[in-house]
Ligand binder design. Structure first.
Ligand SMILES: [Zn+2]
Ligand SMILES: [Zn+2]
Ligand SMILES: [Zn+2]
Length: 276
């Protein structure tokens, strides 16, 4: 290693001024960030340089790696960015340099990373940012996604702080989030008026199968406005009425509030959203 390892607190890393204040554009900020807050790894992935930042998770006395890999389009077998193409950012997808920020799954914290790292869906965090500051949150995994103790919200907070401190311009995410097998992107929208990623200021960008923002909003509004008592009445003449009544009662008891809305089946698909 050319420079000594750098250790920072998981929950405070990239807070304003912690450990550095970056004031330029992403292109320059990322270089400065790697110089100051990461150490270079001796190995390369297909000729691409790797940096590592150590994050200390105090409550569990754990130290985890945050890797940054610089991918050069000229040397890469994948010079085009599928994520950009998918959102319609065709003017960005041939940029020269991009950076992968990766926190691997718990059981890989001590292993060196190799070229398979780009395709794994098990990372606690995998973000990809082009040198112009536009990028993609490729995956985030909390407890249900295999994380041993760091929950998705903590990792999103970290990612959000990193994006802010590096002056990232826009990030897309394909919202496929689920909670106990339910579509969280929809459920969260019904319950809180925005998707889970909305907590970090991501908003609807485009859906698949022609679902636009208007369709999404009206579906959320419609589902949010359904009254449970009304549903019980409406279904009182059908065979399943007892089940429905019981189901609603079960969730009311569980939630401790008298849930005033319900969520129903919605033929939608994922939402892709952007960073403000
Ligand atoms: Zn891209
Ligand atoms: Zn898309
Ligand atoms: Zn990934």
């Amino acid at each position: 290693m050319e420079n000594p390892p750098k250790f920072y607190g998981f929950h405070t890393f990239a807070e304003p001024g912690c450990p550095i204040t970056l004031t330029a554009s992403f292109r320059d900020n990322i270089r400065h960030f790697l110089q100051e807050c990461a150490s270079t790894e001796a190995s390369l992935i297909d000729g691409m340089p790797i940096w590592r930042t150590f994050l200390v998770y105090e409550a569990k006395s754990a130290v985890l790696p945050l890797y940054t890999v610089e991918e050069n389009a000229e040397d890469s077998d994948r010079p085009f960015c599928d994520y950009c193409r998918c959102v319609g950012w065709s003017h960005h997808f041939v940029l020269k340099r991009k950076y992968h920020l990766i926190i691997p799954a718990n059981d890989q914290w001590d292993d060196p990373i190799d070229e398979r790292v780009f395709d794994l869906q098990t990372h606690l965090l995998h973000g990809l940012i082009h040198c112009n500051g536009f990028g993609h949150l490729i995956c985030i995994n909390g407890i249900e996604g295999g994380s041993k103790f760091i929950c998705g919200r903590e990792t999103m907070d970290l990612w959000d702080r990193i994006c802010t401190s590096l002056s990232v311009r826009q990030i897309t995410v394909e919202d496929l989030s689920k909670k106990h097998k339910m579509e969280l992107w929809l459920l969260h929208g019904v319950a809180y008026g925005q998707s889970w990623f909305g907590i970090w200021r991501y908003w609807f960008c485009h859906g698949s199968f022609g679902v636009n923002e208007h369709n999404y909003r009206s579906a959320i509004d419609l589902l949010s406005s359904l009254e449970l008592d009304r549903i019980i009445v409406d279904f009182s003449f059908v065979k399943a009425c007892f089940d429905i009544k019981q189901m609603i009662q079960y969730y009311r008891d569980k939630s401790g509030s008298n849930l005033t809305y319900d969520y129903g089946p919605y033929e939608g698909s994922f939402v892709e959203e952007s960073f403000v």
